[in-house]
Design a protein around this ligand. Structure first.
Ligand SMILES: *Cc1c(COP(=O)(O)O)cnc(C)c1O
Length: 344
């Protein structure tokens, strides 16, 4: 790979980050805070939150097995998806490569930042080779997006392909592992030490059951985390989110329990779904959802909406015609879905 400095936009490399009151003062104990023009009343909401979320990162480091200095926290994964464009991609000049179909936010952020987005089609089994991905790159390709387990297809992307891309690609490889808690595979966040060009994304929105608090994270080298911290808004993760995430992280056993119930239900629902007359194919999955090809996705989607059951209609996505994406819910929610479909 190239040096991070050579990949980074020159204006970002030179950027002096905004220095907030709470960054300038850190460490020694203090009791009187007259530095940030806060209101002394209305505790605890009167104080600005920790701009670098240190307490939360210490807990995450233990749970995720990644040092705190290799963690960036953002307002959902959304922020961690947008920042690499702003850090590495010169609008109108650079481009990014991504598997297709995949999560829609990578392309939305490319469009917002005026960066060319190059989708590389998966094959009919939703697999891809490193050579196909590398073949789509040129000297201006700064980022490669790999979502694994992939949304909306549900499968893991072949490990050998990802490893070859990590070895051969000159830019930054971003592996979105939003669903890795539901998968039987070693997460790539444990491979950071051997890959200075790797960014791994995780989120509190799925296995951790905290989509409402908006907390996403990126794991990467200290150099890359430093660039994220320079470009982010100073107080990008609010105090309520930090507090709630800290509470959630103190009870990781709840998450283990949810994940194991959801995986058990996943097996059961997929088998029952495959037996429905409307089902043509259920795709294998390592996530908390599965993709299924049905006789008439739009008709079945509308039928379910009329009964108050919402699934995701993916029929207009490349390689997903007549496919529905179905999230695994509680046992009784899953039963409602299956009962409705059996009446069709
Ligand atoms: C759901 C999802 C996320 C989570 O996004 P947040 O902004 O953290 O809620 C990230 N990546 C993928 C692929 C997802 O499906």
């Amino acid at each position: 790979m190239k040096e991070i400095k050579a990949l980074c936009r020159p204006n970002i490399w030179r950027l002096a980050a905004y220095s907030c009151a709470r960054t300038e003062f850190s460490g020694r104990s203090a009791t009187v805070f007259l530095d940030a023009n806060e209101n002394p009343y209305n505790k605890p909401f009167n104080r600005y939150p920790d701009p670098l979320q240190q307490e939360l990162k210490q807990l995450l480091a233990a749970v995720k097995g990644v040092p705190a200095e290799n963690i960036f926290l953002g307002n959902g994964s959304d922020e961690a998806i947008d920042l690499p464009y702003r850090i590495f991609c010169e609008p109108g000049i650079d481009n990014v490569v991504a598997i297709a179909p995949t999560y829609g936010m990578y392309e939305v952020c490319a469009d917002v930042n005026n960066v060319e987005y190059r989708p590389v089609l998966l094959d009919a089994d939703y697999r891809i080779t490193a050579d196909k991905l590398l073949g789509a790159c040129d000297a201006h390709t700064k980022l490669m997006w790999i979502c694994s387990p992939n949304n909306p297809t549900g499968n893991l992307i072949d490990r050998e392909a990802i490893e070859k891309v990590l070895q051969m690609f000159q830019g930054i490889v971003i592996i979105d592992e939003a669903y890795s808690d539901f998968a039987n595979a070693r997460p790539f966040r444990h491979e950071l030490a051997s890959h200075p060009n790797l960014i791994v994304l995780n989120t509190m929105s799925k296995a951790w059951g905290c989509a409402a608090i908006r907390l996403g994270m990126a794991f990467a080298s200290k150099d890359i985390i430093g660039l994220f911290n320079k470009v982010k808004y100073p107080y990008n993760v609010n105090a309520l989110t930090q507090r709630q995430a800290i509470d959630a992280l103190k009870d990781p056993f709840a998450v283990d329990k949810w994940v194991s119930i959801i995986k058990q239900e996943r097996t059961r629902v997929m088998q029952a779904f495959a037996d429905l007359p409307i089902c043509k194919k259920v795709y294998p999955t390592e996530a908390n959802f599965f993709l299924a090809r049905v006789t008439d996705a739009q008709g079945i989607y509308d039928y379910l909406v009329d009964r108050g059951i919402i699934v995701r209609n993916r029929t207009r996505i490349t390689l997903c015609d007549d496919c529905l994406r179905i999230t695994i819910g509680t046992k009784s929610e899953n039963q409602e879905l299956l009962a409705a479909l059996r009446k069709l």
